[in-house]
Design a protein around this ligand. Structure first.
Ligand code: SF4
Length: 301
């Protein structure tokens, strides 16, 4: 029986703990100016992230490479689904320049799914990592990647570039995956995470693996806990959990606004399960305060 989320369940009124802070400092505008100047795309804007005012105001952003158009149409995601444009060969240079000019000591690089490309965009990812490392060898490089349709050869290309943190989001629990991420598979995503860690070990590199789950799509707490177990079984040590917010009426409805207390409880449960770093709260996103995790301090070999 296919899972469906009833749009009538949508909770229109946001609770008081979902607050978006408006820009109130010049750093926000400096960040915006630099991103516009370098013609870069950020997931902060494309995904309508509620933390943009805060993160950009602190001089950080998450770069989204390989274009603004995604080949997939996930029910939660605000990124445009259309036939993608060709890759821009100078984009890795522009990301590297942004890292340099923003003086980032931790950068998060993500991308749209590029199922139209033979390597899923893996070489472009790797080139961006290499260029960032060239301009700032000290910068901790975190990648938030698509599943590359489970292709190990694409994953290998990214892992060879040696990101310090490999993030791939599970996004939701197993039961809801077909409606939330229609072209993805729950177990395939878990396998991607496990394979990335194994490849890093084979290459003699140190890499932390990280994943994220959105709450409020109708999942039960037991299902979230099961997802935590599955992630730990696949050697994932960093977890983020945040409230799903509906980007537009075309997207999946919010079934529930999870209270901060529940997020706190889930954080404790995750820590008991052995996650080394857990961020859990209504406005947590996978790249929110990413540098605070400092997983680079205790990376596993
Ligand atoms: S949480 Fe991530 S996506 Fe959102 S504004 Fe901050 S850096 Fe950008």
């Amino acid at each position: 029986m296919p899972v469906k989320i009833d749009p009538k369940l949508h909770k229109e009124k946001k609770p008081p703990w979902i607050r978006v802070r408006l820009p109130n400092n010049p750093v926000f505008w400096d960040t915006k100016g630099l991103i516009d100047d370098l013609k870069l795309v950020t997931v902060c804007e494309e995904a309508h992230c509620p933390n943009r005012w805060e993160c950009w105001g602190q001089g950080t952003a998450t770069f989204m490479i390989a274009g603004e158009r995604c080949t997939r149409a996930c029910g939660f995601c605000a990124v445009d689904t259309r036939r993608p444009m060709p890759l821009e060969a100078d984009e890795p240079d522009r990301v590297a320049e942004a890292v340099q000019r923003m003086k980032l000591n931790h950068v998060v690089i993500t991308a749209v799914a590029r199922d139209d490309l033979p390597d899923g965009g893996a070489c472009h990812f790797a080139n961006t990592i290499y260029r960032v490392r060239e301009v700032n060898p000290e910068c901790v490089i975190e990648v938030l990647v698509p599943d590359f349709i489970g292709r190990d050869d694409s994953l290998w290309i990214v892992m060879e570039a040696a990101p310090a943190i490999f993030n791939h989001n599970l996004e939701t629990v197993e039961r809801l995956t077909p409606v939330v991420r229609s072209q993805a598979e729950y177990w395939r995503s878990l396998q991607v995470l496990r394979s990335a860690k194994e490849m890093a070990r084979q290459m003699g590199q140190r890499c932390a693996t990280k994943s994220g789950i959105m709450l409020g799509l109708g999942e039960t707490e037991e299902e979230v806990i099961k997802a935590m177990d599955d992630l730990r079984d696949h050697d994932v040590t960093v977890l983020t959990m945040g409230q799903y917010l509906r980007p537009s009426p075309k997207h999946l409805p919010v079934v529930e606004y999870i209270t901060p207390e529940v997020f706190d409880r889930l954080k404790e449960i995750a820590q008991e399960k052995g996650f080394r770093h857990v961020a859990s709260g209504p406005l947590v996103r996978s790249s929110y305060h990413a540098a605070d995790f400092k997983p680079e301090l205790d990376l596993e070999a």
